[in-house]
Design a protein around this ligand. Sequence first.
Ligand SMILES: *[C@@H]1O[C@H](CO)[C@@H](O)[C@H](O)[C@H]1NC(C)=O
Length: 186
Amino acid sequence: MQLSFILVFVFILPIVRAQVPHWGPCPEPAVQPAFTLKQFMGRWFEIAKLPAQFEKGRCIETNFSLTSENSIRVVSSEILKGDLRKIEGTGVIEDLKNPAKLGISYSYVLPYTPYWILSTDYVNSALVYSCTDVLRLFHVDFAWILGRTRTLPDSTIEKAKDIFAGNNIDVSRMIPSRQEGCDKTL
Ligand SMILES: *[C@@H]1O[C@H](CO)[C@@H](O)[C@H](O)[C@H]1NC(C)=O
């Protein structure tokens, strides 16, 4: 108990404060049925995200490519303070019975974090959710609306938010990503 207490206040709280913490364990949203990893590959632009961050880049995009039947290479880029920054990671389908539940890691020293495809048509938009339980007391989550183009119609964004909300994911603090003046990217 003592150790948990110290962990929460010294280590976890500072991280969580930057995010959007919610009491209780992670929700268990429905994910894309019959998800096909191969069709999801290629370039996706970030249209909106949760949570809001103070210092954030613009023109955020990710390029996924298959490295095997169930693993991928992930290259994300953004423009931050005028510089193009890239990070590279790996992703895996952790349980083949649940192909829409990926795990992604941006470093060898970091564990895979959940990257769940809640819904996608592969050619226009995708809804992604990531949630981590903290001591079963509360959870920290992230959600993204991705597009194959840098902008999506408002109706698509509204529908995406409805799907998140219908899965008990609070997207009231979701913010649009900036996707203008992006010619420096890939
Ligand atoms: C995405 O990655 C693939 C495989 O590495 C590469 O062939 C392709 O050019 C990349 N596309 C972009 C837009 O970076």
